[in-house]
Design a protein. Structure first.
Length: 255
């Protein structure tokens, strides 16, 4: 009995060698979530599929249902993001985002927002304008995964936020007022400008972040804050890429 076939579009997040000539692919699709597929014989020089299976490619797939993984029977490249590959920095940035999306996406859980966000981000990275874009993509990935940090009122007591004394707490799920900063002893102190940028990240298109002119202090706070919220969401530490200037996580512990 022939195996059932699936047709879908998807982006290659990860790939690895399997056996003598095969590749195992991690693919993110808009309609079926994250999938694992095997491309039999893809590493052979005579394989017609080999050139269609590069990292970050958007591909139209035909997959057969296999015992352990889906089996690639056809692959046609839709977008290869060639400009992204002209710089080692943008390749590293794309690899980081692909790995982050893979960790935030459970297998077979449909997350179309995450798929479309990653495709858009790769298109923007092709003309990379710094790390601010990465910070916005990271924040929007958190939102796409179902998390919604509270940035407009205290996440502990719901009171209005103080425009001068501000803190963020992943455990509480957002911003803290001055009183709750005393109660919640572990938090990240931030400037009002940083909070405004995070609010902007929630709703602004990615093109806007590439035009923002931010101070180094705000950039450092964005990186530190985003890292802590991502680690809280993943329940494990993450290593930010080496192309950034992020220092180890810094939190304020009230005495």
């Amino acid at each position: 009995m022939p195996m059932a076939s699936i047709k879908t579009r998807g982006i290659i997040l990860q790939r690895r060698v399997y056996g003598e000539a095969d590749r195992i692919l991690t693919i993110l699709t808009p309609g079926m979530g994250k999938m694992t597929a095997i491309a039999n014989g893809a590493r052979r020089l005579t394989s017609k599929m080999g050139g269609h299976l590069e990292l970050f490619y958007v591909v139209d797939w035909v997959l057969a249902e296999g015992r352990n993984w889906h089996v690639v029977t056809s692959a046609d490249v839709v977008d290869s993001f060639q400009e992204l590959r002209l710089s080692l920095t943008t390749v590293e940035q794309a690899s980081y985002l692909a790995q982050l999306v893979s960790r935030l996406s459970p297998d077979d859980q449909v997350q179309p927002k995450m798929y479309h966000l990653l495709v858009e981000a790769f298109g923007q990275l092709s003309g990379s304008r710094g790390t601010t874009l990465l910070r916005q993509v990271e924040w929007q990935l958190l939102l796409a995964s179902g998390l919604q940090p509270e940035l407009r009122a205290c996440s502990h007591c719901t009171k209005a936020l103080d425009p001068i004394t501000l803190g963020l707490c992943p455990e509480r799920g957002g911003a803290l007022c001055p009183d709750c900063m005393q109660v919640e002893t572990v938090h990240v102190p931030i400037q009002a400008e940083t909070l405004k940028v995070l609010r902007l990240f929630e709703r602004a298109p990615l093109q806007l972040s590439t035009r923002l002119q931010l101070s180094s202090a705000v950039q450092e706070e964005l990186a530190r804050t985003t890292k802590l919220f991502l680690e809280h969401a993943l329940e494990q530490s993450i290593k930010f890429p080496t192309f950034g200037t992020l220092q180890p996580s810094t939190v304020l512990v009230s005495q």
